[in-house]
Design a protein around this ligand. Structure first.
Ligand SMILES: NC(=O)c1ccc[n+]([C@@H]2O[C@H](COP(=O)([O-])OP(=O)(O)OC[C@H]3O[C@@H](n4cnc5c(N)ncnc54)[C@H](O)[C@@H]3O)[C@@H](O)[C@H]2O)c1
Length: 253
């Protein structure tokens, strides 16, 4: 076990599946205690067991990131249970319904924005004061390659992921000097339940996704997890305000 986050406390939203789950396990492998949060209680508890099997310590805290009182309570419960907060991965997100821009419904637009954009802001609103109180730390927001370039059929998703980068950069300007680094990770197409939903498990669509990535394959959740944990650690001490692609070359084309 690498102990570069020993004595640290990490909070991960959307920790019940995919990238969030892998990141909870990676935080634990690097020595952090982990608050696993999600609306999916069964999946969240399963993540806690995976962390424990990896030799780490975790608790599950249910929270819908679109709800201000729930987010406030999530951060308070994390600090009450573990004594502090140093690292946060604001990862919970939804893809929304697939439709070209003019056919995106108002409901779909509002739901995607509420979770992917407002949800990240709400998390940061309550995490930042606690990280300052702990003497500093690091926040990573989960954007996407769709936060860097357009993505056909996912206008609300792409807009939410672009918006998150403005929020990330602004918070980095405001808080880096006080010891809180704020960055975003922009994954390419990663093998998770979200991508299974988007592709409908259709091998032809998966081939199209692979073709978008010069590296010639989908990414694995563990690859995003390792990059996120690295961004949170002191090994990335001079990095703040960036939107880091972890995408097998997707946006290099
Ligand atoms: N998989 C990819 O290819 C990919 C690429 C780029 C970015 N991302 C982003 O990575 C993040 C994780 O995606 P994933 O692929 O692991 O997806 P996933 O669907 O496998 O996991 C997302 C998790 O978020 C949770 N969630 C959904 N709405 C929530 C809410 N309101 N409050 C709290 N939790 C909620 C879900 O229950 C789920 O556990 C998302 O923000 C996604 O946009 C994914």
């Amino acid at each position: 076990m690498n102990a570069d986050l020993k004595e640290k406390v990490a909070l991960v939203t959307g920790g019940a599946n995919g990238i969030g789950r892998a990141t909870c396990v990676a935080f634990a492998k690097h020595g952090a205690r982990v608050a696993v949060s999600d609306i999916d209680e069964e999946g969240g508890e399963a993540t806690v067991r995976l962390v424990e099997e990896a030799g780490g310590e975790a608790i599950f805290l249910p929270c819908d990131v679109a709800e201000i009182e729930q987010v406030k309570n999530l951060v308070e419960q994390t600090v009450r249970r573990f004594g502090a907060l140093h690292c946060a991965f604001n990862n919970a997100g939804i893809e929304g319904r697939n439709a070209v821009a003019a056919e995106c419904t108002e409901d779909n637009w509002d739901r995607v924005m509420a979770i992917n954009l407002k949800g990240v802001w709400l998390c940061m609103k309550y995490e930042i004061p606690r990280i300052l109180q702990a003497g500093g730390g690091s926040i990573v927001n989960c954007s996407s390659v769709a936060g860097l370039v357009g993505f056909r059929g996912l206008a609300a998703y792409s807009a939410s992921k672009h918006g998150m980068l403005g929020l990330t950069k602004t918070a980095a300007l405001e808080y880096s000097e006080r010891g809180v680094r704020v960055n975003a990770i922009c994954p390419g197409v990663i093998r998770t339940p979200m991508v299974d939903r988007v592709s409908g498990n259709d091998p032809e669509i998966e081939r199209q996704f692979v073709a978008l990535q010069p590296i010639g394959r989908l990414g694995e959740p563990e690859e995003i997890a390792e990059t996120t944990v690295w961004l949170c650690s002191d090994r990335a001490a001079f990095i703040t305000g960036v939107a880091l692609p972890a995408d097998g070359g997707f946006v290099a084309q």
